[in-house]
Design a protein around this ligand. Structure first.
Ligand code: ZN
Length: 132
């Protein structure tokens, strides 16, 4: 197994950062031609997902939809840090994705990209890329 950790600096509270190229680079660095790459986010207020990276309005709409479903302020939140919405979004979106690759290339669909999802930024974040 080959593991690489990348640093991500986010610039707003809610943001989706396209990390497809960094994951592709990690696969090249690994020298492994065929296998599965796991992209894992070790944070409780961030996540990772695969979605469209062609039309940027898709990212806008995903973030807007999550914000509407899980507003920043709710009278029933108990978590005193005040970022319960970010924890909920992180739980819903998930902390890892797995993508098979062949001949060194991920088998992503034409419109798919891998996104680091920030829900309580701006912050310095990490993402783990594990290749096997
Ligand atoms: Zn918290």
């Amino acid at each position: 197994m080959y593991i690489e950790t990348i640093d991500i600096r986010t610039s707003s509270r809610d943001e989706m950062v396209d990390i497809t190229n960094q994951v592709a680079q990690a696969i090249r660095d690994s020298g492994i031609a065929e296998g599965v790459v796991t992209v894992y986010v070790p944070h409780t207020t961030a996540a990772v997902t695969i979605n469209e990276n062609a039309d940027p309005s898709v990212v806008h709409d995903i973030l807007a939809g999550l914000d509407k479903a899980f507003p920043w302020h709710q009278s029933y939140y108990r978590h005193t840090e005040g970022n319960s919405a970010a924890h909920i979004k992180s739980a819903i979106v998930g902390s890892s994705v797995r993508i098979p690759f062949q001949n060194g290339k991920m088998l992503l669909g034409t419109w798919q990209g891998i996104f680091f999802c920030e829900f309580d930024g701006p912050r310095r974040r990490k993402t783990v890329i594990a290749i096997q």
